[in-house]
Each structure stands twice: as C-alpha cells, then as structure tokens.
Design a protein around this ligand. Structure first.
Ligand SMILES: *Cc1c(COP(=O)(O)O)cnc(C)c1O
Length: 710
C-alpha cells in the first residue's frame, strides 16, 4: 500500500529514535546513518563538524517532524534505525559465544584518552585513537566491556600557525549539550557524584556516558560546585598543566574510575590499564581488599590477578615518573587508607625499591601489579623486555613476562564513503558484516571480480577528494594569514600527481623533515613534469616541544618560500577528520621514525583499505606487515646504534626507494593508461594487511590471551 506519509505516532517514534541514535557513536561507523543527519542540514553538518547531536539542535523539532513527512526520507531514517536496533539487540555475537562471563563481569578498560570522532576531541593522538577503536570493536564483537577516562572540557589543543610559522595553541570549551554524551544519574535522577582523596582534599566528581554501540565509556568530570576552583579545572585539558596536575588527573582516573564502577554496580572481572597513566587503579583495588580485612600481601596478590597492562612506547619520556615529594603530596590522604608508609608506597613504583633517589614510575607500578603485560608489536615486545629487564633480574631478557599484541584499527570507522560505496555496489547491502574476514579481502586478488580499471578509478576519486579538501582548508588558513603572495588555492595540488602523505604527532623521533634532508634531490623530482609528485603534511607538536615546533616551522617555510612551493602543503590542526582524508587520498603513506621508537603506529593501517600504499621504516607494525610485495620499505630489518648514522642512512634509503621503485612503478602506464604493477601492489596490500591489522583481530587476541587467561 502506498501511504502518502507516516502517521503522527510513527513520526514521533522516528524523532525519538533519531535522538537516541545521535547519542550513540554507532552512527560514526555507519554511512547511511551519517547521511540521514547530513541531509537534515548539509551546511550544518559541515560547519558543525559532522556532529549529529548539534545538527538535531540546529533543526527545530517542528522542522524535523515536517521533514519526516517526506516519505523517502522517513523510510531512509526508518531503515537506519532498524539496523541500529538490530545491532543493539543482536544475540549471537562472538563475545557471547567465546567470553559469556564477561557479559556479567566485563573488562574495565582504563585510558587517559579515547579518540572516537572529531566531535569529541578528548584525545592527543595514537594512544587515544587505539582506545577508541578498541571500544568500537569490543562493541562489534559483543564483548562485555566498559571504558573509563576523563571528561576534558577543553579537550586537546587546536593548532594554528602564526606569521612566523610557529605553532600556537588555543582551546575551545566543549558544550556537553552538543556532544554525544549523557550525564550519569542516580536513582533520584540527579547526577551521580562520587569522591576521591587528592592531596589533603576530598574531591567530588560526576560522570558522563558515551554510548559506543553496545559498550559504555565513562568520562569522569571534577567540574562540581562542591570543589575548589583548581579541582574543578583538574579535568580541563588532555595532559594539561604540570606534573602536579598530571599525577592528580591520574589519581582521579585510577582511583576515581574504580569507585565510579562500584557505584554503578559494575564488577569487572579484569582491569585493563592502557598505558601507565591508569596504574593507580591497582592501589584502589588493594585498598578495597584491605578494607575487607585482607593482609596487604594477600590484597596485592589478588589485585595482581585482576589486572593486565599494555605498554605503548620505548621512549623514556613517555613513562610518567613522579618525585617522592609529589607522591607524598598528591596521595597524602589516600595513602593513609592503604596503611603503607611512604617508603613502602614508593617501593611499588621503583625498579630498585631501596633507592631513595629513584622517582615513582607508573609503568613499574603497572608491571608489578598485573598478571599479564604486553607491548604493541613484535619488535616493541622485544624492546620492552630489554627495557624492563631490570625489574626481573633473575630472568634472562627473553624470559621477561612482557609479550606483544600488535595494534589494529577499526575498519568501518576509518573507511571513507567512496570505498564503502564501492563495496556496496560489488557485494550488496550486507557487505559490512564480512568486512573483517580474510576471505573478503582475498577477493582483491581476483581480477575477474575487480578490474584494475575499477581500482584505479577509486584511487582517482579518493585523491580528488583529498585535493579538494586540502584546497578548502588552505583557503581558510590563507585567509587568516593574509599573505601578499596568495597561492591560487583552487589550482593548488595536482590531481594527477603521485601524492605522498605524512601526518602524525611531531615528536622528534618521528623525523618529519627527514625527506627534505635530500633537498636538492627532491627538487629534481618535483621538477619532472612527466612524473609529477607532491607532498601533503599535517601534525601537531606537543605545546612544550619546541624542537617539534621547529620541524613544523621548517616544513611550512619550505611550503611557502622554497622552490617546493606548490608541491608541498601543510594542513593545520591534524585530527581524526584530517587524518581520514589523508590516509585515503594519498597514494603513499610515509613513515620514517627512528627505529625502534615507533612502538606500533596505526595511521598506516588506516591507509591499507583505501589502496594507499605504505612507505615506511621497518619499525612497529610495518616490520610485521611488509612482505616485499604489499608496499615499500625504507632500509632493512636493522638499525645502527649511532643516531647520526641512522638518520643519514635512512634518508639515503628513503630517497633511493622513492626514485628507483615508487616513482617508476606509479608512472609505468600501459596502453590503456593503467599502472598495472602499482595496482597489483594495492591488491596485495588489501589482501594481506587489512585482515590482520584491525581491532577486530586485536580485541579477539586480547580476549583469548589476556581477558580470559588467568
Ligand atoms: C591514527 C591517528 C594517530 C596515530 O597514528 P600514528 O601512525 O601512530 O602516528 C594519531 N592521530 C590521529 C588524529 C590519528 O587519526
């Protein structure tokens, strides 16, 4: 029957459903759901940075009801909402089959940051993105999982660049009303308030819930009227302030996080510390057991049996260390409940417990009080065993109990529209359900099923999207800077050029400007009109990292004032959205860290499903992923000890691979204008890398090897 429109009741149901959907991040990995919000207000969608909650506020309730009188639109919304409900209620999940008891007693995953989507910028980089992708895959797998982090009211900094090409930082205040979060309420419908002892004070906090599909993630927030102003601002910024703020944030995360879960009646069977920041949770678990009358030794052993720990970096500065005075100050009141002397407490965080000069290290605490620990790639596992061998003097380095589980990315969350449409056309509307299987990606090896021409068309489509995105962003950057020699933005970048991308935190070990060490040689390459190449860069330096800021300055300077102008651009304010454009639109994803300091790296994994090829040092995940046919390596599986020697060697190898392998392969076109060898590499990359380097595989591995294992 062809009803002209939906009934008033049906429309009410749809509006309620859309409001619920906007507050569940499931829409961030569902294309059709995003299209519904986008259609409601295309310009709002763009200006509000793809924020479904804000779009619903932009549109009046009356408009929403009227718009739903459009039957096509209402049907589309209905289909999305039906899918969403099916997802939420799905009974036969991997988690139910393989880890049913976790549904009662979940994994509690503590992380100082979670990166979910550009509308909720409470993450500084890769660590947070990994946590977000972990949560999304836990949801997809139907695993019993809750996340805990902080609600940073001003998030992570936004980057601009001043007249001197120097990074400056500014913060915008997030408005909870416009975010996909909900206040956690008590039985009287008031905000649930808990307390934690910090320094000499009782600090109050409330919480917000982010619905990540089927899994909740809780954000703790000290912005409560009961607190003095400096405690209200404790959760202002991601890693904000000095080490006093830092240790207090960590007390809140660890101790406060456990208390919130208890207040909610959640009894986790395992506590997963994502990086050492969360390690104070072990002290709260010990305190609970002491309060039940257990001895300290027994309490510690039982706590250890509940905890697992993932370490994320071999960089020394990446491991929090606090002085004895600071520990004494920040844990003053809490510590008295542990019935531990300051020396005994310090001993838990020291490699050499008796060394009075040694600071308290969060990683040491986490390693001491966890039943299993892991690094995030095979090489990082090895490096971590060496690094922490000092804690296990009676073992050989190989026997140090730190294993590895290689990182991944949440595929559907990263996959861009054109790639999704490509698979929908090829495989029909149910393609998403098999996207994590190896069989799915094996199809790429069959030219009967997918022709080179189709892959090449997809690549052109993605590169075009990146270039137009870059033109828009640079126009905005240029307007603010008002330079005299304004580049003609609408001609910026060449849609036919081999496009090389680099985007990451500008930590110095990642050596962003390495490729430009061969400046004269790179100039020769960009002058070749027959074989055009170009570079797109982005990334933030830590606010206190002047060396990293100098790297940014150098690259922007080259992009504006050297002969690379027009062939090199820097996109400001790298975030999830910029990242998604770049990993999909570039042809080559460049990564040249100083080995072995890149523990895993994940941006290159996001490139794989888009047919962007990795070009990287054999460090982190790429050392496991690269097989000689599915991308490009810089150097070999070794590195010299001398940093100077390493930098020199790597920059030479980089240039050599670029000129001898990459450029010839990309421009070797047959009579039909297709680069057959290049496309063969894309097929190999998709077939061999995508099914391995994703969080669907990773979370299963954590479950089998850590969450279930005792
Ligand atoms: C993926 C991602 C990262 C991490 O990438 P790396 O390769 O580990 O540097 C950092 N920031 C953003 C915004 C990302 O999307």
């Amino acid at each position: 029957m062809n009803k002209p429109h939906f009934s008033a009741d049906e429309i009410t149901e749809l509006t309620v459903g859309l409001n619920q959907l906007a507050r569940n991040l499931w829409w961030t990995w569902n294309q059709e759901a995003q299209e519904v919000f986008q259609q409601l207000s295309p310009r709002g969608w763009q200006n509000l940075y793809h924020n479904a909650v804000a779009v619903l506020h932009e549109v009046s309730n009356y408009e929403l009801r009227v718009r739903l009188q459009d039957r096509d639109f209402a049907r589309q919304a209905r289909a999305v909402l039906d899918n969403f409900q099916t997802y939420l209620k799905e009974a036969k999940t991997w988690g139910r089959e393989n880890a049913p008891h976790l549904l009662q007693n979940p994994v509690a995953y503590f992380s100082a940051e979670f990166g979910f989507h550009e509308t909720l910028p409470i993450s500084a980089g890769g660590l947070g993105i990994l946590a977000g992708d972990h949560a999304k895959s836990a949801s997809d797998l139907g695993l019993g999982f809750v996340g805990v982090t902080l609600f940073y009211r001003e998030g992570y900094f936004q980057q601009t660049v001043n007249q001197d090409n120097w990074q400056s930082e500014y913060y915008t205040r997030l408005n909870p009303r416009n975010l996909p979060i909900e206040p956690v309420l008590d039985a009287k419908n008031e905000p649930l308030v808990c307390t934690v002892e910090i320094a000499m004070n009782e600090v109050y906090f409330q919480a917000w819930r982010v619905n990540v599909g089927r899994c909740p993630v809780y954000l703790l927030d000290t912005n409560r009227p009961e607190n003095e102003q400096h405690y209200r601002d404790l959760t202002l910024r991601v890693y904000g302030g000095d080490s006093t703020t830092r240790i207090m944030q960590e007390v809140l995360l660890g101790v406060g996080g456990v208390r919130l879960l208890r207040a909610l009646g959640v009894q986790p069977s395992v506590f997963h510390m994502n990086e050492g920041h969360a390690a104070f949770l072990t002290l709260e678990l010990v305190r609970e057991k002491l309060a039940e009358g257990k001895s300290f030794r027994d309490a510690l052993a039982r706590t250890k049996a509940e905890c697992i720990f993932t370490t994320h970096t071999p960089v020394e500065a990446g491991h929090d260390r606090f002085s004895r005075d600071l520990v004494n100050y920040a844990l003053n009141r809490f510590q008295s409940q542990l019935k531990l002397s300051l020396n005994d407490l310090m001993a838990l965080g020291r490699v050499h417990p008796e060394d009075a000069n040694e600071p308290f290290c969060m990683t040491v605490l986490a390693l001491r009080v966890s039943r299993a620990a892991n690094g995030v790639s095979e090489l990082h596992g090895q490096v971590s065993r060496q690094m922490w061998h000092c804690l296990y003097p009676d073992k050989s380095p190989d026997e140090v109990p730190i294993g590895h589980i290689t990182n991944g990315v949440h595929l559907l969350g990263w996959m861009k529209g054109p790639v999704r449409r490509f698979w929908r056309r090829k495989l029909g509307p149910t393609w998403e359900s098999s996207v994590n299987s190896a069989d799915f990606w094996q199809r790429l090896t069959d030219p009967e099923f997918i022709a080179d021409e189709e892959i090449w068309a997809l690549r052109y489509n993605l590169r075009r999207e990146l270039i137009e995105f870059t033109r828009r962003r640079l126009l905005i950057q240029g307007l603010r800077l008002s330079q005299d020699d304004f580049i003609a933005f609408d001609q910026l970048l060449n849609p036919d050029a081999l496009t090389i991308g680099f985007a990451r935190r500008f930590a110095t070990y990642k050596r962003a400007p390495l490729i430009f060490q061969q400046f004269e040689n790179v100039l020769k390459l960009v002058r070749d009109k027959q074989r055009p190449i170009q570079f797109v860069f982005a990334g933030k330096a830590h606010p206190r990292d002047d060396e990293g800021k100098r790297f940014i300055q150098h690259i922007i300077h080259l992009s504006k004032y050297s002969e690379l102008k027009g062939y090199l651009v820097f996109i400001e304010n790298y975030d999830v959205h910029v990242g998604r454009q770049m990993v999909s639109g570039c042809d080559v994803w460049l990564n040249n860290p100083r080995r072995p300091l890149e523990a895993s790296g994940t941006s290159g994994m996001k490139a794989n499903c888009h047919g962007c090829l990795n070009f990287s040092i054999l460090d982190g995940w790429w050392r496991e992923g690269y097989d000689g046919t599915n991308g490009f390596a810089i150097g070999d599986d070794s590195h010299p000890d001398s940093i100077e020697e390493q930098d020199r060697r790597d920059s030479e190898n980089l240039y050599q691979t670029l000129t001898e392998e990459i450029i010839p392969c990309f421009f070797d076109r047959d009579a039909d204008g297709i680069p057959r060898q290049w496309i063969q590499k894309i097929r190999r990359a998709m077939a061999t890398l995508v099914p391995q380097f994703n969080t669907w595989r990773m979370v299963q591995e954590y479950t089998r090897r850590c969450y279930l294992f005792k």
